[in-house]
Structure formats: structure tokens, C-alpha cells
Design a protein around this ligand. Structure first.
Ligand code: DC
Length: 233
């Protein structure tokens, strides 16, 4: 029996700054899968709302915007996010928009709208999809589930470095740490699809590991879990 064309879903969940985006993008390129950054979708909705002057806690309006938003995700040759045709790759990375994304993502209607889009995106192709609820809610039957975590201090350091690279000088670490903790707390304690490790997810702690080490570790897990490993790189 040949199932070499079988669609594969690799779910990577975890808190902010654990390295999900970097790792997921690299894995997708290596496996020739489509990379889907679901956080970018929540960020795009938060950005649109901010620009329209709509409050992030307005359930009905946020759900309508989430349904109406035309969100484009490209990963090759570089990661690019579009909202209603406009390139918003940098705009969605602003710290204020990260907080907004965390707020709109707590609303059930917004989640329903974006989860529908996420399932649609993965309906025909193999994906590496990263977020907070991919292994628990979006694809509870995912072939591979990874929960990528790291110590809070390390995650804050990485965030400072990322932000400094985009626009120097580096922001104060205390502020980054406070924002990270606030967002994580909200993401973990919300009623709708809170951030948590699925019972069948493999925990990978990236504290003290380099990107290559994390990538190799997860690649091995993917190969072990997909019986038809030959289709994978
Ligand atoms: O991964 P990120 O930092 O870009 O995500 C931004 C926010 O979006 C995050 O604080 C929580 C929310 N999010 C979510 O609730 N579910 C997902 N699958 C992805 C992100």
C-alpha cells in the first residue's frame, strides 16, 4: 500500500518566545511543507481593529473583522503577511499589536473564524502549523504534536534580541519580560482554547539549546512518528 501522498500535519504549540516561528519555518523548508504562522492571523485582526479604532474586546465586531479579513501567509522566499492585500509583515510585530492579538484571541467568535481559515489552509497540503491550540483544538488528530517551551528568562532575552534586530536600540528587558508574562498569563488562563500541552504532545525544552539542535531533535520526532518517513526529507 502506498500512502506517499498522505497529508501530514505537524503542530507546534508553546508560549511566546520559545522559538516556534524560527523552528517551524526551518522545519517546513526542510520537509517541503507549508509553514503556517497562526499567531500572525490573530495579530492581523488586532492590527486591523486598531487602525479602524475598534476596541479589541468588542466581541461581535472582532468576530466580523476576523471573518472578513483576507489574510495572506507566504513563507518563501521570505516570511510575509498580508492583510486585505497590504503587506503588514512588520506592522503586526509591534509590541502593542502582540498584546492586542492576545486580547482578540480570547474571544470565541474570533477563534472560530480563524480556526476555520487554518483548517482550510491545511486541507490540501502538508503543513507545519504553529500557535497555541494547534494540537489541542485546530488539529487534535495531528500526526506530530510538539510543545516547545523554554525558561521565561531565556524567552525574554530572545525577544529583546529579535526586537533589537528589527529596530535598535534593544528595549529594556524588564519591560519585555513584563509584557511576555502578561501575554502568557492571558493565553494560558482564557476560557477558550487556552495555551496548554496536549496530552499526546512531545515536550521540547529549548532552554540552552541552539536552533540547529532544536531543529534536529524535532525532525527526529517527526520521522519517528510518521510511519511513511520516506516522503519526508
Ligand atoms: O505567536 P504570536 O506571539 O504571534 O501570537 C500572538 C497572540 O495570538 C498570542 O499572544 C496568542 C494568540 N494566539 C492564539 O491564541 N492562538 C494561536 N493558535 C496563535 C496565537
Amino acid at each position: 500500500m502506498s500512502n506517499s501522498k498522505r497529508r501530514v500535519v505537524v503542530a507546534i504549540d508553546g508560549p511566546a518566545g520559545a522559538g516556534k516561528s524560527t523552528i517551524a519555518r526551518r522545519l517546513a523548508a526542510r520537509l517541503n511543507f507549508t509553514y503556517i504562522d497562526t499567531g500572525a492571523m490573530y495579530r492581523a485582526v488586532a492590527l486591523w481593529a486598531a487602525r479602524e479604532g475598534k476596541p479589541w474586546d468588542d466581541m461581535l465586531v472582532m468576530e466580523q473583522m476576523a471573518r472578513a479579513a483576507k489574510i495572506g501567509l507566504e513563507s518563501q522566499p521570505v516570511a510575509r503577511v498580508t492583510l486585505n492585500g497590504e503587506d503588514v509583515t512588520d506592522a503586526i510585530r509591534e509590541p502593542a499589536i502582540a498584546q492586542g492579538a492576545s486580547k482578540v484571541s480570547a474571544l470565541a467568535g474570533v477563534r472560530r473564524a480563524l480556526v476555520d481559515k487554518q483548517r482550510e489552509l491545511a486541507s490540501r497540503v502538508s503543513v507545519v502549523m504553529e500557535g497555541r491550540d494547534i494540537g489541542t483544538v485546530v488539529f487534535p488528530d495531528a500526526d506530530v504534536k510538539i510543545f516547545l517551551d523554554a525558561e521565561t528568562d531565556v524567552r525574554a532575552d530572545r525577544r529583546v534580541r529579535d526586537l533589537a534586530e528589527k529596530s535598535p536600540p534593544p528595549p529594556p528587558k524588564e519591560r519585555v519580560l513584563a509584557e511576555l508574562n502578561e501575554r502568557d498569563h492571558r493565553d494560558r488562563t482564557r476560557a477558550e482554547a487556552p495555551l496548554m500541552q496536549a496530552p499526546d504532545a512531545v515536550l521540547v525544552d529549548s532552554t540552552g539549546l541552539g536552533i540547529e539542535e532544536v531543529e534536529e531533535r524535532i525532525l527526529k520526532i517527526i520521522r519517528d512518528k510518521t510511519s511513511n518517513g520516506k516522503e519526508l526529507a
